[in-house]
Design a protein around this ligand. Structure first.
Ligand code: MN
Ligand code: MN
Length: 306
């Protein structure tokens, strides 16, 4: 039985590509291992894997009795429901340490950088294994995606340095053009059901017993969602009721204007105002300079709601 490596629920490009790359590295280090993902590929990840001719990991949702590595998360809320029955060999991540715990010592690579693939690329170097061209391409795209083409507050010099090395290996020299090509795919909303858009990049959090959901759509232009904004607002209110959450937010992030229109469904709108210094009007607030859920939204909400 082979070990499986997988990222968080609602997999994004980093979760998928980091799983593929870590499985490749570990295989070359002698482990019997395969990448997996907890759900279907999103349009951006589909584009990235097709562009570099890399096969999609298998979708797996149950891991009881298996040896596993986690990438791109260490929160139980983003893990498979039966993770407690799996044997966690290691975690490779770039988020704050979550509530996943283990019964055995584990291999742990959690760095404060912009993307899990920055850590995985560094692991190749550490172990002296050459990065294949196709894997370099998908890791490069994952870093451009997670760091919003180096514009996100989460982006570090290590991310930029690793991208420069990966771009040499895979032969993609115009990183801005590659990034924008990818974000155009990510921005497409036509024909996609509203709930699917809310869930495209969505995470649940437990903040001192209060359920908080936060989705994000990264758009090359905010006007792309003009025609569906009212539907999105209604849907996050419905979702809040269905989950019994305290708050559900949807970040509509304009990656060119570098700001976020926050759609708010909350029991306590005043808390949102306190957290971000902008009063929501009709459930909406424009937050200039805010692009990162992890660094600029979640910690501030956590502080107010705790
Ligand atoms: Mn992710
Ligand atoms: Mn990530």
């Amino acid at each position: 039985m082979s070990t499986l490596v997988f990222g968080h629920k609602n997999p994004d490009t980093d979760s998928v590509c980091a799983a593929i790359a870590l499985a490749d590295l570990k295989k070359k280090l002698g482990e019997d291992i395969a990448p997996a993902m907890q759900g279907a590929l999103n349009p951006e990840s589909t584009f990235v894997l097709e562009k570099f001719g890399v096969a999609a990991p298998e979708i797996v949702t149950s891991f009881a009795g298996k040896d596993v590595y986690l990438v791109d998360h260490s929160d139980l809320s983003q893990s498979p429901d039966d993770l407690g029955e799996a044997n966690i060999l290691g975690i490779v991540d770039h988020h704050k340490l979550g509530d996943v715990t283990t019964g055995q010592p584990l291999e742990c690579w959690i760095w404060p950088v912009g993307c899990t693939c920055t850590v995985v690329a560094s692991m190749y170097k550490y172990f002296g294994i050459e990065i294949p061209k196709d894997i370099a391409g998908i890791m490069l795209c994952a870093i451009l995606s997670d760091t919003v083409i180096f514009k996100s507050a989460t982006c570090t010099d290590s991310d930029k340095k690793v991208c420069a090395e990966l771009s040499k290996i895979c032969g993609e020299s115009d990183l801005d053009a590659l990034g924008i090509e990818m974000f155009k795919v990510k921005s497409a909303v036509d024909g996609t059901p509203i709930r699917e858009l809310v869930f495209r990049d969505y995470k649940d959090f437990n903040m001192s017993g209060k359920g908080v959901g936060c989705g994000q759509l990264e758009l090359v232009d905010l006007s792309i969602v003009d025609g569906i904004k009212a539907d999105l607002e209604k849907d996050i209110a419905d979702l809040k009721a269905e989950k019994g959450h305290h708050t559900v937010l949807l970040m509509l992030t304009d990656i060119m204007k570098e700001g976020t229109e926050l759609l708010v469904a909350s029991d306590d709108e005043a808390a949102i105002e306190t957290a971000f210094g902008v009063k929501p009007v009709n459930g909406k607030a424009w937050l200039p300079g805010i692009m990162s859920r992890k660094k600029q939204i979640i910690p501030f909400l956590e502080k107010i709601l705790s």
